[in-house]
Design a protein around this ligand. Structure first.
Ligand code: SF4
Length: 257
């Protein structure tokens, strides 16, 4: 089984580093304990949530469970013409019960995959193709003409803007780096030294980096020393051991790579 550092290096530049951690931990656990069987067993695998566990259990073990992600929620909300805001406990319970009653008991995996396919082919979030849909006869919203307005969403994702400072410590071709703690952003990867605030003097190099719910502005300041525990690496070594995508942007933009 590969070491964590090797996995992080291979994943470097792809973003969503937590997935590399989870995938690696999942592979280790399956290697030790064998292939999971059933929904509850899949839920114990790192990175597997309720949707993935239900999809795997229904496809691999013929367990009769709906696989509910955002696309499936949309299809079921329309099939039932559910007129309540979708992102509530009441709606989640309703969609769960409604879909649980619909899932084929003889071919649950095929059923879940058919719902996934329908969400991509006909039951699109914008401009659903109800007139061509094979389920129109069974679909409350399709027949009522309300499909395009469903599901009802109330909460919007707010994008937070944040300004982060980093100190760039160099000795020739080597950068002084710190390792991020496990968990959270850039888990276990290497970055320049985080600073509480930017020094008032010296050159500054800033880039913007978007995460799903955050817009980060990262400003790099040259510094002469640091009390942090440092690891010294060339740019290439850093990239091989796991360089967050944001810092790869910075290094490319300012010609360090
Ligand atoms: S009839 Fe329209 S709303 Fe209903 S499942 Fe088909 S595409 Fe979706």
């Amino acid at each position: 089984m590969a070491e964590t550092e090797v996995v992080k290096g291979l994943w470097s530049g792809l973003g969503y580093y937590r997935r590399a951690d989870l995938l690696h931990r999942a592979a280790r656990l399956i290697d030790e304990q064998g292939w999971p069987k059933g929904y509850e067993a899949w839920l114990k695998i790192p990175g597997v949530g309720t949707y993935t566990a239900a999809a795997l259990a229904s496809i691999l073990d013929a367990e009769v469970r709906p696989a509910l992600d955002g696309n499936a929620y949309r299809v079921y909300a329309r099939l039932s013409n559910w007129g309540q805001p979708i992102d509530t406990a009441l709606s989640r319970q309703f969609i769960h019960d409604f879909s649980q009653n619909l899932v084929s008991s003889s071919r649950p995996g095929d059923f879940n995959q058919a719902i996934m396919d329908l969400a991509q082919s006909h039951c699109l979030s914008k401009n659903p193709k109800c007139s061509e849909c094979p389920l129109i006869e069974f679909c409350e919203a399709g027949r009522a003409g309300t499909a395009a307005s469903l599901p009802i969403k109330v909460r919007k994702v707010r994008v937070r803007e944040e300004l982060w400072y980093f100190g760039v410590l160099r000795k020739g071709d080597y950068f002084g780096l710190v390792q991020r703690p496990i968990g959270g952003i850039w888990s276990g990867l290497y970055t320049p030294v985080p600073l509480e605030k930017g020094p008032t003097e010296g050159g500054v190099e800033c880039i913007e980096h978007r995460l799903s719910h955050r817009k980060l502005t990262l400003c790099m300041h040259p510094i002469a020393e640091s009390s942090e525990v440092l690891v010294w690496m060339t740019a290439k070594e850093w990239r091989d051991k796991g360089m967050p995508q944001a810092f790869e942007h910075w290094m490319t933009k300012f010609s360090y790579l």
